[in-house]
Design a protein around this ligand. Structure first.
Ligand code: ME8
Length: 513
C-alpha cells in the first residue's frame, strides 16, 4: 500500500423505494466535495455511495407497483447512480445491498456474531413501523398507535426474533465516545447520543421472520428468517472496504486483520435522522465481531422547504436535477454547500437559490471575465511579469482559512473565505483602475495589477475546484493552465507567460422561473 494519506468516505445508502431528492443530493455532494478536496491535496481516496435495497418498505413499494422487488431496485439504483453522475459525484463505488458479494459478507458477519455467542433467540411482541423499519413498545406510540418518529400507523406483531447482545457494549461505547470527543460531530449530536446512552441500552432484534418479510438476506443459522434491514445496510460499509472474505475458512475471513483493506472508514457522513443506527447499533455490532470502529461520524442537519419538512405527501420535494437544468450542476452544488452550515438545518427557498447564484455570477464569474478581458486587451492575452504583488497575503491567508475549514468539514466557511477573496480582488480592480493605468507611459503599475489578478484567479480556481469542478476545469483552461492546481501548486505556479483565452461567462445570467 502507498504511503499517501488514505481516506475512506461514505454516504448513507439510500432506500431504493424513493426518488433522489435535494436531501440525498446534499449528503452526497458534501461527501463529494470532501473527497475532491482530499484528492486534490494528495490523499488516496475511496468514496462509497449506493442503495439500500432490502426490507419491508421495498417489498411493499414493489407490490404497490406490481413489480418484483429486484425490478424496482434495478430501476432505482440506476436512477440514483445516474443522478449522481449528473451532479458530478466522483464516487469510486456504487454498492447495492442485493449484490451477491454483500449478501455473503452479511452472512459471514452474522455467523461470526453467532459463533461468538453474541446472538440469542426470543419472542418479540410489540408494534412495528414499516417506514422506519423498527419496533416500538406500546408506551412509545403516538396517537392512534402511530409511529413516534414519522407519525405513520404501526402494526402489532408477535414473532420469534434473534437478538444481538447490544446491551453488553453500552459501557464500552460510552467510554469510546468520551475518550474520542471528535468521534461524533457536531457536539450537539454527540451529546444526543450520550444522553440516549444514559438509559439502559436494550438488545437489538436483528432478524425478521420470512412469514412476514421475504425480501432480505437469509440468516446463515436459520433459513426461516432474514436479517433486519438496518443490520444488512450498515454492513455495506464493510463489504465495500474489501476487508471480509466470506469464501475463506472462518479464521482467514479478515475479522482479525483489516490491514489489507480500506477498513476502518475515516468518515461516515449521514443526516441527523439516522444517528442512532450509526452511532449505537453499528459500533456495537462491530465490537461484537471484534472489528475496529469507523474513525468519525458526521451527522448533518435537515433541509426544509420554507419552514415545512420536505415530503412526498406534501408535494414540496425539491428535485436537484430540475434546478440543475436551469442553473447548471456547479451552481446547485455551490448553493447546497454554501447555504447550509455543516451540521445545522437550512431552508430551501427559490429566492435564496437565486441570491447565491447571483453571488457566483457577479463576484466570481465577473472577476474571471474582466481579468481575462483586460489581459487580452492590454497584454495580448499573456500574463505579464511584475515584481510586486498586491494580494499575496490575502491569497495565502485564504488558503489557510479554507484548508482548516475543510479539514473540520466546514465547507460553507471554506467557500465563504474563497468568495471573500474574489470580492477583495474585485475591490482591488476598482482601486487600481487598470483602464487608467493602461494610459500611462510606464507599463509597471498595470503589469503588477494584471499579474496580481492572474495569481488570484489561479488561487480561486484551486479553492472552488471541490465544489465547482466543471467550471473550474474550464477556468483553468482559459487561464492557460494544464489543469486545476492543488492548493500547494496554486501558491507556486508561475503565472507570467500564461496565455489566457476569452470565452462565454462562467455563470451566465439566468431568468428565474
Ligand atoms: O435512511 N435534509 O435512507 P434514506 C437533509 N437507507 N438530508 C436528507 C433529507 C433532508 N430533508 N432527506 C434525506 C436511509 N436526507 C437508509 C440509510 S445507511 C446504512 C442506510 C439524506 O433514503 C440524509 O443523508 O431515507 C439522510 O440520512 C438520508 O438522506 C436518508 O436516506
Amino acid at each position: 500500500m502507498s504511503q499517501r494519506r488514505r481516506r475512506y468516505l461514505t454516504t448513507p445508502i439510500y432506500y431504493a423505494s424513493g426518488e433522489p431528492h435535494l436531501g440525498h443530493a446534499y449528503t452526497t455532494i458534501l461527501a463529494d466535495v470532501l473527497a475532491r478536496f482530499d484528492r486534490q491535496n494528495g490523499a488516496d481516496v475511496f468514496f462509497l455511495t449506493g442503495t439500500d435495497e432490502h426490507g419491508q418498505k421495498i417489498q411493499e413499494e414493489a407490490a404497490r407497483r406490481g413489480v418484483e422487488p429486484i425490478e424496482l431496485c434495478d430501476e432505482m439504483a440506476e436512477r440514483f447512480d445516474a443522478a449522481w453522475r449528473t451532479l458530478y459525484i466522483s464516487h469510486d463505488r456504487f454498492i447495492r445491498t442485493t449484490e451477491a458479494e454483500h449478501e455473503a459478507v452479511v452472512q459471514a458477519f452474522l455467523q461470526r456474531l453467532w459463533d461468538r455467542g453474541e446472538i440469542y433467540e426470543d419472542t418479540y411482541s410489540g408494534w412495528y413501523c414499516i417506514h422506519e423499519e423498527r419496533y416500538w413498545t406500546e408506551k412509545d406510540l403516538g396517537p392512534g398507535q402511530s409511529c413516534p418518529d414519522c407519525g405513520r400507523p404501526t402494526r402489532h406483531v408477535e414473532e420469534k426474533n434473534y437478538f444481538f447482545r447490544m446491551s453488553a457494549y453500552q459501557d464500552a461505547l460510552v467510554r469510546h465516545i468520551e475518550a474520542n470527543p471528535e468521534w461524533i460531530v457536531p457536539d450537539i449530536r454527540r451529546n444526543e447520543i450520550l444522553g440516549f446512552l444514559q438509559k439502559p441500552l436494550t438488545d437489538l432484534s436483528i432478524s425478521r421472520p420470512k412469514s412476514r418479510l421475504r425480501w432480505g438476506v437469509t440468516l446463515p443459522f436459520d433459513e426461516d428468517h432474514v436479517s433486519y434491514v438496518w443490520v444488512d445496510a450498515l454492513i455495506n460499509y464493510l463489504t465495500a472496504s474489501g476487508a471480509i472474505h466470506p469464501d475463506r475458512p472462518p479464521e482467514e475471513q479478515g475479522f482479525d486483520d483489516v490491514s489489507e483493506s480500506w477498513w476502518p472508514a475515516d468518515l461516515h457522513l449521514i443526516g441527523k435522522d439516522i444517528l442512532t443506527t450509526h452511532a449505537v447499533y453499528w459500533p456495537t455490532l462491530l465490537m461484537g465481531v471484534g472489528l475496529p470502529l469507523p474513525r468519525q461520524i458526521l451527522a448533518h442537519g435537515w433541509w426544509v422547504v420554507g419552514d415545512t419538512k420536505m415530503s412526498k405527501s406534501l408535494g414540496n420535494v425539491v428535485d436537484p436535477l430540475m434546478l440543475r437544468e436551469q442553473f447548471g450542476t456547479d451552481a446547485v452544488r455551490w448553493y447546497l454547500m454554501r447555504e447550509m452550515p455543516t451540521g445545522s438545518d437550512a431552508s430551501y427557498t427559490p429566492e435564496r437559490f437565486v441570491a447565491r447564484y447571483d453571488e457566483l455570477a457577479n463576484v466570481l464569474g465577473n472577476l474571471a471575465s474582466r481579468v481575462i478581458a483586460m489581459i487580452s486587451k492590454y497584454r495580448d492575452g499573456v500574463v505579464p511579469e511584475a515584481p510586486g504583488s498586491g494580494l499575496d497575503e490575502a491569497v495565502s491567508a485564504t488558503f489557510s482559512t479554507a484548508r482548516e475549514a475543510m479539514e473540520r468539514h466546514r465547507v460553507h466557511d471554506a467557500l465563504g473565505a474563497a468568495m471573500d477573496l474574489a470580492r477583495t480582488a474585485n475591490g482591488y480592480v476598482e482601486e487600481r483602475q487598470p483602464w487608467t493605468q493602461a494610459k500611462s507611459q510606464d507599463p509597471g503599475p498595470l503589469d503588477e495589477t494584471l499579474a496580481t489578478l492572474a495569481r488570484v484567479l489561479v488561487a480561486l480556481c484551486a479553492l472552488f475546484q471541490p465544489v465547482a469542478p466543471a467550471k473550474m476545469a474550464n477556468l483553468a483552461e482559459r487561464l492557460g493552465l494544464a489543469g486545476v492546481p492543488t492548493f500547494e501548486e496554486a501558491l507556486t505556479v508561475v503565472t507570467p507567460g500564461l496565455q489566457v483565452r476569452k470565452g462565454d461567462p462562467l455563470f451566465p445570467k439566468v431568468q428565474a422561473t
